[in-house]
Design a protein around this ligand. Structure first.
Ligand code: ATP
Ligand code: MG
Length: 583
């Protein structure tokens, strides 16, 4: 592919420049100390995410600035300023205080994207609790597993979700209180047994609260990983993570004070808190929160209506937008969009090119994981995007590619993607699983579980998860590379690629594809796609066989679960499927 195909639009037309004008200069100059000093800190030297995200803006005269532009699933609209958020989160912290929640207690929030979900999370942080947000589409088992593992003391939820998990709540020995939010009286019968009404508690509560004097090393939030490669792990983060979330908001997402930002991730996943709460609000940015689900035309109309300038989304969503075609794009005025970012999976070059054509700017891929807490590697606004690359490490972050003995490899060699420990948003534990945690650190590196290579210009290229990389006749094949080639075929909407054991070649490549509207699966199309793949890739790398699926198995956060494709193909046990999306 000719990378010069991708031309950056003239950023001057928006009268903004990237925060990082020249990547290499700023890399040399930047130090975390400078960023530490841009935050306010608590009197006495403590650090609390809620203070940095909300209270300090009120103190600094930004109380009337809009923090949330909320749109409900039924079209309801609400606006909250930073001052309103301060008062509401202070009130909720007082509620938690009156219920005996103490520093370090785990409280879980199992809610849709309602403003009260955000109020509960920040109220919890203000009192020094460790907050565990849960994705609202979870059924009872995943909720139970996580709350039991974490020893959760309190749950904040809403009536229909409370009913969904009722049967298992009695098994949670540490759970003391359930607070139920009945948004706009949507439910006629919201409370069961000893449940507490959020609205009643808040009515009685004072908005006079002093934030707990948490240190930067106190735990703030815990997220269970997506479960793409196996059983989800409870990664625990500290208040200190705000330092990197704040910095990467400016550097990697190009936040400017007058931006309107929309992060489409749910707070049940790490992107929905690190970048749906902490990064934008620590930067004092106004953000759109949309309660409803995906629909191409609805999403475009949200961008148009709220004049979204920075948009952070995921490859699955982008592939779905591509599938819905160019027509809905053209029906909306998306001219306010200045920066588009993507995370969660590798972003296929085809998607970058499609974005460039339809949004008149490339989509900026960046890489990180639940454990890293914040963006680690990114395509900045100021960089030339190389489609298919996840960019370069952010300032202050050292990434390396290691061989199997954990020694650094030279450029253009594929190997284990590793990070030099000590970055501010580094996770500090897998809850109840120190063995697993310790196993991630080898020879002074944190081993991410992904494979990548770095080219001679320092750009990083994702190859696959270590578990997914295919070894065929001595060649290591990146499933991402094969998938990216397949989706360039007009019939192919999505592709998932796995290795099948083979006596001679060790493994052979097999692909599964889902088709775009208007295409029918038959032998002729299969042969045509196989020929297409052979022309794009070398014969050894191209799939030996292609199977058809209506849709690929994905996690609820939208990641392709190749391990399930493989288990199903080989008739093996499916393992942990707690995060599998419904068909
Ligand atoms: P589990 O650890 O439970 O298997 P998971 O790794 O999918 O689940 P997350 O922490 O949500 O859980 O996802 C992080 C992973 O997602 C990364 O390690 C990487 O494999 C993938 N990923 C995220 N962003 C990118 C990206 N820009 N390019 C390629 N892969 C990415
Ligand atoms: Mg992982």
């Amino acid at each position: 592919m000719d990378f010069e195909e991708i031309k950056k639009p003239d950023q001057n037309q928006f009268t903004v420049k990237s925060n990082i004008k020249n990547y290499d200069d700023s890399y040399e100059k930047s130090s975390w100390d400078e960023i530490y000093s841009e935050l306010d800190w608590l009197p006495g030297g403590g650090l609390n995410k809620a203070y940095e995200c909300i209270d300090r803006h009120v103190k600094n005269g930004l109380g009337e600035k809009i923090a949330i532009l909320w749109e409900g699933k039924n079209g309801e609209e609400e606006i909250y300023t930073f001052k309103q958020l301060k008062d509401l989160t202070d009130k909720f912290a007082n509620v938690l205080n009156s219920l005996g929640v103490k520093l370090g207690d785990r409280i879980f929030v199992f809610m849709d994207r309602l403003p009260e979900c955000y109020i509960a999370v920040f109220g919890g942080l203000k009192i020094g609790a460790v907050v565990g947000p849960l994705f609202s589409a979870f059924g009872p088992d995943p909720v139970k597993d996580r709350m039991e593992d974490a020893g959760a003391k309190l749950l904040v939820t809403q009536p229909e979700l409370r009913r969904k998990i009722s049967n298992m709540l009695g098994d949670l020995n540490d759970l003391q209180n359930i607070i139920v939010v009945n948004k706009d009286n949507r439910d006629n019968n919201p409370l069961i047994e000893q449940d507490l009404s959020y609205e009643e508690l808040m009515e009685k509560s004072s908005s006079d609260f002093s934030i707990a004097n948490t240190s930067q090393y106190d735990y703030s939030i815990m997220h269970y990983t997506s479960g793409t490669t196996g059983k989800p792990k409870g990664a625990v983060h500290r208040h200190q993570a705000i330092v990197q979330q704040y910095a990467t908001g400016k550097w990697a997402l190009d936040f400017h004070h007058d931006d309107i930002y929309w992060c489409t991730a749910d707070p049940g996943w790490v992107t929905g808190t690190s970048y749906g709460m902490f990064a934008p609000w620590s930067n004092g940015i106004t953000q759109v929160i949309y309660e409803g689900g995906f629909s191409a035309s609805k999403w475009y109309s949200i961008i148009e209506k709220y004049k979204v300038s920075v948009w952070y989304t995921a490859p699955t969503a982008i592939r779905m937008l591509m599938k819905s075609g160019e027509k809905p794009v053209k029906q909306h005025d998306l001219s306010t969009l200045r920066f588009i970012g993507s995370v969660g999976e590798p972003l296929n070059p085809e998607a970058v090119i499609w974005g460039n054509k339809n949004f008149e700017q490339p989509i900026h891929d960046n890489w990180w994981q639940t454990e890293t807490g914040a963006i680690m590697c990114a395509n900045y606004a100021s960089m030339n995007v190389r489609p298919g690359s996840m960019g370069k490490p952010i300032p202050g972050i050292e990434l390396a590619i290691l061989d199997k003995d954990f020694n650094p490899l030279p450029p253009n060699k594929s190997g284990l993607l590793a990070v030099k420990p000590g970055w501010p948003s580094q996770f500090h534990a897998y809850w109840n699983n120190s063995e697993r945690y310790n196993s991630r650190f080898k020879k002074s590196w944190y081993i991410t579980g992904d494979e990548a290579l770095m080219d001679e210009d320092g750009y990083f290229w994702f190859q696959g998860r270590s578990d997914d990389v295919i070894n065929t006749a001595g060649h290591l094949v990146s499933p991402f590379e094969v998938e990216s080639a397949l989706i360039e075929h007009p019939a192919v909407a999505e592709a998932g690629v796995i290795g099948i054991p083979d006596k001679i070649a060790m493994e052979v490549v097999k692909a599964f594809v889902a088709l775009n509207v208007g295409y029918e699966w038959d032998e002729k199309l299969k042969r045509e796609i196989m020929r297409f793949a052979r022309e794009k890739l070398s014969a050894g790398v191209a799939p030996r066989d292609i199977g058809y699926v209506d849709s690929l198995p994905k996690t609820r956060s939208g990641k392709i679960m190749r391990r399930l494709l493989k288990a199903r193909e080989l008739g093996l046990p499916e393992g942990d499927t707690s995060t599998l999306e419904d068909d």
